[in-house]
Each structure stands twice: as C-alpha cells, then as structure tokens.
Design a protein around this ligand. Structure first.
Ligand code: AMP
Ligand code: MG
Length: 340
C-alpha cells in the first residue's frame, strides 16, 4: 500500500475543516491516527466493529489486549461505563488529562473490551483529540498507533514508519506533550489500583482518589496477572537491539564494552553535558524527567538507527513521572543482557 494521507493541524487550535476530513474517513469505516497529549492513538468510532478489527490486524495486536475508549463529554462516559456521582466529581479533577480509568462496562462492543466486563476510559487533554471526538459525535476507541511490541509513536513520522499505508489517515499535530502513555488506574475494586504508571503521578492520583495500590508489575518488576492488567504481560516498547539498565557507573560500563570491540549507545539523562568517550555513541534524553519522558520513545527508536550494538540506560529515580519511565524501560529491556 502507498503512504497514508496526512493532514496537519495546529495542536493548540486545531482547524475544524481539517479535522472534518478525518471525521469523513472515520464515518466511512477507515482508521485514523491522531495526536493525544500522551502518544499518538490509532482510532475508530467505538461502535464500528469492522474498523476496530482492522486496528488489531494492522498493529498485530493480540485480541485479548483491550482498547481505551476516548471520550469528549460526560454524557459519553455514561454511555460506555457505570459510574457514580462521587467518581464523576473526582474524575472532574483529572480530566481532560493523561489518566485512564477502568470502570464497569455499559454498552461497548466486545472487541473493545476484549470481552471483559470492565472498560478503560479517558477524556484526553489534547485539543485535536477532543475536537476530533466532538466533531465525530461519539467516542473513539484507540490503542497507541505503533506495531504491537514497539515503542509508542510520539510524532506523526513514527506512525508512518510503523504502519505506513495500513492507516487510512494521520492527523499530524506535531510532537506529543508527555511522550509516555496515560496512567491507568482500576477503580472497580475496593482500593484504586495502579495498572500502568504514566504522566499523572501516583502522588497526584492519591490527592484525588485517596490511597492507591501500586503492585510490583506497575513498576515493571514482575509480570501482571492477565485478569487484572490485560496487555501489560506482552513485551513492549522494545527496540531490536539489546538494552540494559545500568545502576552503576555508566562511563565505566561503556568503556568496558568498547574494549571488547562493541559500540555502546549510552543514554544521557541530566542537566550536565555528556562526557566524550571513545567508541561510544550518546543519545541525549534531557535534563529533567518530563523532558526524558518526552524524548524516551524517539530515543529507543534511535537505538536501532544508530551505528551501535547495545543501549545502556541509566537507572533513574522512581518518583513522579520517573516511575512511568522506569516501567517502560524495564519492559523494553526484558530479555536483554550485557554480552561480556
Ligand atoms: P495502549 O493504548 O496501546 O497503551 O493499550 C491500552 C491498554 O489499556 C492495554 O494495554 C490494556 O492493558 C489497558 N486496558 C484496556 N482496557 C482495560 C480493562 N478493561 N482493564 C484493564 N486494563 C485495560
Ligand atoms: Mg500500546
């Protein structure tokens, strides 16, 4: 297939006439990649089962990995989920924004929820995503717009690299704001449970929802129970080359690898300039954790493009958005080891 059609929109004041082109594609049964404040999504109207099946097919996504329902209005929330007034009030404090909640499901096709009795819902904060859903007039179900297992797309170009002509239209709103996927919190149990860390931190969640359980798998330390966090069990965000997390001296590790004839790619995090090391390439991610999150997936994609053999990633502090970064990096590095 040829290259997908691309329409550019202003990420802050998206042009309605351009989004109307995307709405036409969606109404015609097509699938559309669009920017959100987290990563690019690949969406179809929540009721268009044929188009939703196509999303699974082009991504190579296992059918037991459910999608997130993206909404623009509170009425749409009531259509897809069972929700009490107390929860709505709390959600009003975090939406629109980068947090997805798991609730009891109402009227949603099985393909969206992977047949579960719960549904994941989010009101995204990106003006183009909100305007697209509003213009369409119904929720858009969407996973991230990448091939299953690969780093999520944080720019329209990444979507084109991964999915090429398999996507009918890409709404290009420039780079996404946060660069990692939404926080997911399950509200169906007694205590809210973090399923995936993201831009909205545990600290911020707890201010709104009270104490939140943070299981080991949410840190990327273990495999989740598939019943609780479907989809999280899959290898994710992973470059082709090995990637290892280095808790000790990065420069020493890079030199040891170079001495053995390997070229490491060293990820650099922090406000200082990276050191100049022999036979080592440097991928600069940024000085503060939000900048690192924004550059993370492009950085993981660069590992496969750079002329190097292995990626070295520094262990960073797991607080705030750092929890989300380390969760992604642990999953991306699963199965990799240092070949010395
Ligand atoms: P993606 O947008 O590609 O990051 O995928 C959405 C993620 O949301 C999936 O990996 C699921 O694990 C999660 N998710 C979607 N629906 C549910 C649900 N009903 N219960 C728990 N997690 C869910
Ligand atoms: Mg994904």
């Amino acid at each position: 297939m040829g290259a997908p059609r691309i329409v550019r929109v202003d990420p802050v004041r998206p042009e309605k006439d351009r989004l109307a082109v995307a709405v036409d594609v969606l109404r015609g049964g097509g699938i559309v990649a669009f920017p959100t404040e987290t990563v690019y999504g690949l969406g179809a109207p929540v009721t268009r089962v044929d188009a939703l099946i196509k999303i699974f097919r082009v991504k190579g996504r296992p059918p037991d990995n459910p999608l997130i329902v993206h909404i623009a209005t509170w009425d749409q929330l009531h259509e897809v989920a069972v929700v009490d007034s107390d929860t709505i009030e709390r959600l009003g404090e975090v939406w629109p924004g980068p947090v997805t909640v798991v609730l009891r499901r109402r009227r949603v096709p099985d393909v969206v929820t992977a047949g579960r009795d719960t549904v994941a819902v989010r009101m995204p904060g990106h003006p183009a995503a909100l305007a697209l859903i509003e213009l369409l007039g119904e929720p858009i179900a969407a996973p991230s717009a990448n091939k299953a297992g690969k780093p999520s797309p944080t720019a329209a170009q990444h979507v084109v690299e991964d999915l090429d002509g398999d996507v009918d239209l890409v709404v290009d709103g420039g780079e996404t704001f946060f660069g990692v996927e939404s926080t997911i919190v399950d509200l169906t149990g007694e205590t809210p449970t973090l399923l995936r860390p993201g831009p909205l931190t545990v600290e911020e969640l707890e201010r709104v929802f009270g104490p939140v359980k943070v299981p080991d798998f949410a840190r990327g330390l273990s495999e989740p129970d598939a019943a609780l966090a479907p989809g999280m069990k899959y290898r994710h965000y992973a470059p082709e080359k090995p990637l290892v997390i280095v808790a000790s001296d990065m420069a020493a590790m890079a030199s040891a690898l170079a001495e053995r004839g390997l070229t490491p790619c060293m990820y650099w995090v922090g406000p200082e300039e990276p050191p100049h090391l022999d036979k080592t390439r440097v991928i600069v991610l940024g000085g503060d954790p939000y900048e690192v999150a924004r550059n993370l997936y492009n950085g993981l994609r660069m590992l496969d493009k750079e002329d190097c053999d292995i990626g070295l990633f520094p262990a960073i502090e797991e607080k705030g958005i750092g929890l989300a970064i380390m969760n992604r990096v642990r999953k991306a590095s699963r199965g990799s080891s240092v070949p010395i």
